[in-house]
Design a protein around this ligand. Structure first.
Ligand SMILES: Nc1nc2c(ncn2[C@@H]2O[C@H](COP(=O)(O)OP(=O)(O)OP(=O)(O)O)[C@@H](O)[C@H]2O)c(=O)[nH]1
Ligand SMILES: [Mg+2]
Length: 286
């Protein structure tokens, strides 16, 4: 048996979470077109007959400005130290020297989004540049969006796994529970549906998650924003925006837990929560 821990790191928005979902073959973590979608470390566990890979999805590494961002980047950097392998994800448009210089364990580099590359021969000089880093064992071009290169990536990771017994029971998918994922699904839909800065000022707290014996489960969630104007944007004219948000989140939560739910959303203002460590902790970013 081979088992080990693989940390997924890279700049924001390069496709780390999309790659994890593809590797697992199921939609586990939030994915959105905006950078800084992932805010937590989340385990995604892949167990096959002769191996187990315990992946950690992480927030992107960037220059943080306010307290929440500092906590996010701290989480990402901390995972670099405690792992068997690192999966570094980059885009094919530029060399990411800063990120690969932070490596401290053997790594595989995925050059993702190659579908966006108009001039394919450009990939070779970039691969040569990365090859110079001794910890990088393998470089694999991928297109997570189109499921390209993912199998190869998996095979290369398995090759490098240590001989170990399982760390988690074979049917475990994550270290987080359904409440966590319900909140993440709502937050992902906010990142997809609302423009510009509003998603960055939001966080979602599950207040109620009642599994009823008969009929629909009840999930009550509060969306916190920093200002009254943001609250108005989340709700939208005549409540239309929040209705659409609720519909999309409900559908995905239902398909995930395989049970119909009644989803109730509230919006509250918590002034400047992103800059306040106490609020950040209370909201689970610790
Ligand atoms: N064209 C293209 N888009 C991709 C590919 N992989 C991911 N994306 C898109 O890139 C965006 C960001 O993807 P995520 O998986 O959320 O990226 P991330 O690195 O986890 O981002 P953060 O959590 O914000 O750090 C989404 O819109 C994805 O659909 C790819 O191979 N090709
Ligand atoms: Mg992510």
């Amino acid at each position: 048996m081979k088992s080990g821990f693989v940390t997924i790191v890279g700049r924001p928005n390069v496709g780390k979470s999309t790659i994890l979902n593809r590797l697992l073959g199921t939609k586990l973590v939030a994915v959105a077109p905006k950078p800084q979608t992932t805010r937590h470390k989340v385990l995604g566990i892949l167990t096959e007959e002769d191996y187990q890979i315990v992946f950690t999805d992480t927030p992107g590494i960037f220059k943080p400005k306010y307290a929440l961002q500092k906590v996010m980047v701290k989480h990402a950097l901390s995972t670099l130290e405690d792992t068997d392998l690192t999966l570094v994800v980059v885009e094919p448009f530029r060399m990411e020297t800063d990120i690969v210089e932070k490596l401290s364990h053997p790594a595989i580099l995925a050059i993702n989004k190659v579908d966006l590359l108009k001039n394919k021969p450009k990939l070779l000089p970039l691969m040569d540049e990365y090859q110079k880093f001794k910890l990088i064992q393998e470089i694999i071009p991928t297109s997570a969006l189109y499921d390209k290169g993912i199998d190869e990536l998996k095979q290369e990771l398995v090759k490098l796994l240590p001989d170990e017994e399982l760390y988690y029971p074979g049917d475990y998918l994550s270290d987080k529970n359904e409440r966590f994922f319900a909140a993440e699904i709502i937050r992902e839909k906010i990142f997809i549906l609302y423009g510009q800065e509003v998603p960055y000022a939001t966080t979602v707290v599950i207040e109620d998650f009642k599994e009823r014996e008969r009929g629909k489960y009840f999930i009550g969630a509060t969306i916190y924003v920093e200002r009254r104007t943001e609250k108005m944007i989340i709700i939208g004219k005549g409540g239309r925006a929040i209705k659409e948000l609720g519909r999309r989140a409900r559908e995905e939560i239902e398909s995930r837990i395989d049970h119909p739910i009644y989803l109730e959303l509230w919006v509250k203002v918590r002034k400047g929560w992103r800059k306040n460590l106490q609020d950040i902790r209370e909201f689970g970013y610790g």
